[in-house]
Design a protein around this ligand. Structure first.
Ligand code: ADP
Ligand code: MG
Length: 152
């Protein structure tokens, strides 16, 4: 496979979590994922599946009020970030240490910290189709497609 993007339609929250969990087993330290989608589409649901797939047992919730939540009980550290409350041009809050660190970064509202994001990122977009259906679109950097998308 040489495609840098792929798309799924899931029919339940469990299906979305299963896809995220499967993706999680392929992640390496230093991977940065961005998660975009309107309120209530399934960003937290996806994040929960990703955490499960990393073997994280601690419950995942939305980090909106904390900016960054760290989970250290899985195969890799997970840094769950949510830039929702930041101003358009976000200040330096030590983002690089997370992005260049030993774990996986999962960033919600990544557009608000655009200038701090690394070039190579795994972009996930979730779109609501109807009550239980979601379109999940994943774009990966060149060179990552075999590891992340092949057979997913
Ligand atoms: P967000 O974090 O984007 O605001 P949440 O994950 O908190 O969204 O909420 C998504 C809601 O949509 C949940 O109530 C979930 O049960 C529901 N849902 C229904 N179908 C799906 C699906 N296919 N994938 C993900 N969530 C779904
Ligand atoms: Mg959420």
């Amino acid at each position: 496979m040489s495609r840098l993007e792929a798309e799924w339609v899931t029919q339940s929250p469990q299906e979305t979590q299963a896809l995220a969990a499967k993706l999680a087993t392929r992640l390496q330290s230093g991977d940065v994922l961005t998660l975009e989608g309107d309120l209530g589409t399934g960003k937290t649901t996806f994040s929960q599946g990703l955490a499960q797939g990393l073997g994280i047992l601690e419950p995942i919730d939305s980090p909106t009020f904390t900016l960054i939540k760290e989970y250290h009980d899985g195969r890799l550290p997970l840094y769950h970030m949510d830039a929702y409350r930041l101003e358009e041009e976000a200040e330096e809050l030590g983002w690089d240490e997370y992005f260049e660190g030993d774990g996986v970064c999962l960033v919600e509202w990544a557009s608000r910290i655009q200038s701090w994001l690394p070039q190579a990122r795994i972009a996930i977009q979730i779109e609501r189709l109807d009550e239980n259906s979601r379109r999940i679109h994943i774009t990966v950097p060149s060179g990552y497609e075999e590891r992340l998308l092949k057979g997913l």
